[in-house]
Design a protein around this ligand. Structure first.
Ligand SMILES: Cc1ncc(C[n+]2csc(CCOP(=O)(O)OP(=O)(O)O)c2C)c(N)n1
Length: 203
């Protein structure tokens, strides 16, 4: 099987992975999801006010989560985003390493595809290794998981252990029905701020 089609048979399924993370994360976990499929995955798992789905700004999910983690050092922050989104903002991994917030976990849902735009192969279907890029950027806690046992073992890395961490989760390349979160950016911002700060968050 060539690299370009191997993701069609990866055992981990993105919707189940998102649900496992959301369910295990508990009520205090703050989540940023990247544009495209991770938005739909976490909305399908259970849209809630502690999730901020990024509708645009490709490459912006990790920088946004970094800022949130630095602003809220007592809260655990997880960003779940795609391989193409991560590659587009790849310099942000070096900035994460410089700032090194221990409350930040990065989960890359790596289907080796540009899912939303028609499943074209990304660089991770060829030679790019995002965990190696993360380590080379200065984030030592960086690993790739490929099956359920490895995902289970990585859950504490994503949810409780000191970070920053990068967990690259190889998930099946599969087109799924869109499950859209609310689209109004002001509403999404306000509901997230109220969940985090109370009513003072939107004065
Ligand atoms: C700057 C920019 N370029 C291109 C796009 C179009 N676009 C939206 S989602 C997407 C692919 C996302 O792929 P990935 O991050 O791997 O997520 P997946 O849906 O495959 O999980 C692209 C190219 C965009 N929104 N912004």
């Amino acid at each position: 099987m060539s690299n370009l089609s191997r993701a069609d048979a990866f055992p981990l399924r993105r919707r189940a992975v998102a649900k496992q993370i959301l369910d295990a994360g508990g009520d205090d976990l703050l989540i940023i999801t990247g544009l495209g499929s991770t938005n739909w995955d976490f909305t399908a798992a259970g849209d809630c006010e502690r999730i901020f789905p990024l509708w645009g700004a490709m490459g912006g999910a990790i920088p946004m989560a970094l800022g949130l983690a630095m602003a809220q050092p007592e809260k655990r922050v997880l960003v779940a985003t795609g391989d193409a989104e991560t590659l587009m903002g790849v310099g942000s991994l070096a900035t994460v390493a410089v700032q090194a917030p221990d409350n930040l976990a990065i989960a890359v849902f790596d289907n080796e595809r540009y899912g939303e735009t028609g499943m074209q192969a990304t660089a991770t279907a060829h030679k790019a290794d995002l965990a190696a890029i993360a380590r080379g950027s200065g984030i030592p806690v960086a690993a790739t998981v490929t099956d359920q046992a490895e995902l289970d073992a990585a859950m504490p890395v994503m949810l409780t252990q000191p970070g920053p961490s990068v967990t690259v989760i190889k998930i099946r390349a599969e087109p799924l029905p869109f499950v859209l979160p609310p689209k109004d950016g002001a509403y999404l911002k306000d509901r997230f701020r109220v969940a985090l700060l109370g009513s003072a968050g939107i004065v």
